[in-house]
Design a protein around this ligand. Structure first.
Ligand code: 13P
Ligand code: SF4
Length: 328
């Protein structure tokens, strides 16, 4: 490690102690940011940590909706997001009451669940069309969308969350790919939204065929934000921390990883004897990569950027998050 990096690390660790802070980092963060974090995990693990952690300040190395969730769950703590512009484009694809602009649709969208709402609608439109049908909000949503939803889910627990609800239908927002994958794994009718993660959506069937041809012995693992036809070709589908667990316990020695490449750091560190290939080398989330050690240091020094959700949104949003966290 360069002396510049180690000096940044030292300064961060000193301020962290002084401010009684905890650094949480998502599995997609830069390697050096993961390495200074107290806890690195997937969205579900990070929500659980944020709800139970004992500290005065949480510095959240991730994207805005994650810091918002931390603030919703721990309103008495100061939550800092080092990069104010670290946003999740998927979270912006659904609005409570003003429609998002219609963007270019991705081609090759097959095997849809029963109904997909197009972007010119709003969450309130979909709720009005299906009164009484519970709304499951992926954590990759803004706080006001969570506040209008019945329960949250992550990629790690979407099927369990859907199964926990009464009735035979659910509205699942905003990721159409996660919803289609959930629809495959539950008997309930899943009404989905036309949102997607542009990092995972770009993976095609051709990419999987190419990876399988180049690495014939490798096990293909994919994140449920990938297209359904890609998931159909994978050997295992799971969240980022699910991938870590799967690769650690699998007897296989070679894997093709279908998610943001930041996960490679932990996979390689925790499994030195195993080989990992990226399904596509350009699976890079620019928003996740905005946070650097320099921005973490600035966050501590300048107390920026405070993420705080107003109570009229926080209280109903917390109800949706708490319902999810109550499921074992
Ligand atoms: P998980 O780590 O929960 O699988 O989330 C993936 C993701 O895209 C977060 O933005
Ligand atoms: Fe959003 Fe996709 Fe980036 Fe996750 S990887 S923050 S879902 S754009």
């Amino acid at each position: 490690m360069s002396s510049e990096l180690s000096s940044l690390q030292e300064q961060i660790l000193k301020l962290k102690e002084e401010k009684r802070a905890i650094i949480l980092a998502h599995n997609y963060q830069r390697n050096e940011v993961q390495d200074i974090a107290d806890f690195v995990g997937d969205s579900l693990e990070l929500s659980r940590k944020a709800a139970t952690i004992d500290c005065e300040m949480i510095v959240f190395c991730g994207v805005h909706f994650m810091a918002e969730s931390a603030s919703i769950l721990s309103p008495d703590k100061t939550v800092l997001l080092p990069e104010a512009e670290a946003l999740c484009p998927m979270a912006d694809m659904i609005q409570v009451d003003s429609p998002r602009p219609v963007r270019t649709r991705f081609p090759g969208f097959e095997n849809p669940p029963p109904y997909i709402f197009p972007p010119e609608f709003t969450l309130r439109d979909i709720k009005a069309k299906y009164p009484g049908v519970p709304v499951v909000a992926y954590v990759n949503t803004t706080a006001d969308v969570k506040a209008e939803s019945d329960i949250c889910c992550t990629s790690a627990n979407v099927v369990t969350v859907i199964e926990s609800l009464p009735g035979d239908s659910v509205i699942c927002i905003p990721d159409k790919n996660l919803s289609m994958w959930a629809a495959r794994n539950t008997k309930k009718k899943v009404i989905a939204w036309d949102g997607y993660c542009n990092v995972h959506e770009r993976v095609t069937v051709e990419d999987v065929k190419k990876a399988k041809a180049e690495h014939p012995g490798a096990v293909v693992v994919a994140h449920p934000e990938c297209r359904i036809e890609v998931l159909d070709m994978a050997d295992h589908v799971t969240s980022t921390s699910g991938m870590l667990r799967f690769c650690r316990t699998s007897p296989a020695a070679e894997f093709v990883i279908g998610t943001e490449i930041g996960l490679m750091h932990r996979l390689r560190k925790e499994n030195p004897g195993k080989v990992f290939h990226a399904l596509r080398k350009d699976m890079i989330c620019p928003n996740m990569k905005k946070t650097t050690l320099a921005s973490v240091l600035r966050a501590f020094r300048e107390n920026v950027h405070v993420v705080k959700v107003p109570d009229h949104i926080r209280v109903p949003a917390k109800r949706a998050l708490d319902r999810m966290l109550a499921i074992p």
